[in-house]
Design a binder for this molecule. Structure first.
Ligand code: 4G4
Length: 246
């Protein structure tokens, strides 16, 4: 999978590329990342990349000509890619959208700066607009980094078997269960007994029950979007009964 990133601050995005899961996936050839700077497509002496909004008011927009020239250069190298604009106006990014986009192939991520881009560029060049959440950040770079990381994790072979994407939160539409490591006792708090006895079926039942129970308590909206099977419904009943005891 190839991901091109259009950004006025490519140095920001190199952070995510050079570390951890993404860096290892790139080394294995599973993902190919290329950064493009609209500033390299300017024609004027000052290499201007911002412009004033029609209608006035505070704030600037990204200058159209360098951005268009940059987009066209990227599309020439990666003609089949879908162009995604990261903005607060986009559709909310969910694990499902991430997983689908891995199947659909190459992407171009466009990072907005200032107050964003001219609406006509969205109409003409953008295939989809994504938001990573209902908040504003200073540029699309952090949002693009979130996408790159979340997408790369879902490419087959990108994760070591230690942290398979299957076991993650959301892989089954649920929150993750709690985790414990040494020591067995921290300030009077013990590790749940079931995790110490090595009975794998009991451990799996406990983890699944915790995952369902926490989702029920913290994110009931997620349960509304899915259908629990008989076993999961049973585990949830047990969780609720046990939570009424304490
Ligand atoms: C496009 C338009 C994405 C990009 C305006 C980007 C939040 C998200 C930006 C802006 C972003 C998100 C400066 C408001 C850059 N903020 N929720 N900022 N702004 O995905």
């Amino acid at each position: 999978m190839r991901i091109d990133v259009i950004t006025l601050f490519p140095e920001l995005v190199t952070g995510v590329i050079q570390h951890g899961v993404v860096s290892r996936a790139a080394d294995k050839g599973l993902v190919e990342l290329k950064l493009w700077n609209p500033r390299d497509f300017t024609q004027d002496r000052h290499r201007t990349v911002d412009d004033r909004p029609y209608g006035g008011g505070p704030g600037m927009l990204m200058k159209v000509e360098p951005l268009l020239a940059c987009i066209q250069a990227v599309k020439q190298e990666n003609p089949l890619a879908r162009l995604i604009y990261l903005s607060p106006q986009g559709v909310l990014l969910k694990q499902n959208l991430i997983n689908q986009s891995v199947e659909q192939g190459n992407l171009i991520l466009l990072c907005g700066r200032y107050e964003g881009i001219d609406e006509r560029l969205i109409e003409l060049e953008v295939d989809e607009e994504w938001s990573i959440g209902d908040y504003v950040i200073s540029g699309g770079e952090l949002a693009a980094m979130v996408c790159i990381d979340a997408i790369t994790r879902q490419i087959p072979g990108a994760l070591g078997h230690q942290d398979s994407a299957q076991q993650d939160s959301f892989s089954g539409g649920l929150l993750d269960c709690p985790h414990y490591t040494r020591p067995e006792l921290i300030n009077g708090l013990k590790v749940p007994e079931v995790l110490l006895n090595g009975h794998h079926q009991l451990i799996q039942d406990w983890r699944d029950k915790q995952a369902i129970g926490r989702t029920w308590m913290r994110r009931p909206d997620l349960l509304g979007e899915m259908e629990l099977n008989e076993r999961q419904q049973g585990l949830l009943k047990e969780f609720i009964a046990e939570s009424k005891l304490t």
